[in-house]
Design a protein. Structure first.
Ligand SMILES: [Zn+2]
Length: 78
């Protein structure tokens, strides 16, 4: 007998590798999927970015994640 925010719960979140800006107070970050092999620089302050983890809504429309889904747990069970 309680209301749930279904629209939010429909999107599972996953701990995702991202690049975060190393400047304190700067909120610049990007998904690791979109980064290059070398350390990227922040688009906002040009500081070097550091690899970190962030809880993000699952993205299923990138090649990397499509591959990992196919290799991982089957998703056809419901
Ligand atoms: Zn920055």
């Amino acid at each position: 007998m309680y209301f749930r925010k279904r629209s939010l719960e429909d999107i599972p979140e996953e701990s995702t590798a991202v690049w975060s800006c190393s400047t304190e107070g700067c909120r610049g970050w990007m998904r690791d999927n979109f980064a290059f092999e070398h350390v990227p620089t922040c688009l906002q302050c040009s500081a070097p970015m550091v690899s970190s983890m962030k809880m993000l809504p699952l993205l299923v429309n990138t090649n990397v994640e499509m591959k990992s889904i196919k290799k991982g747990v089957a998703i056809g069970c419901r």
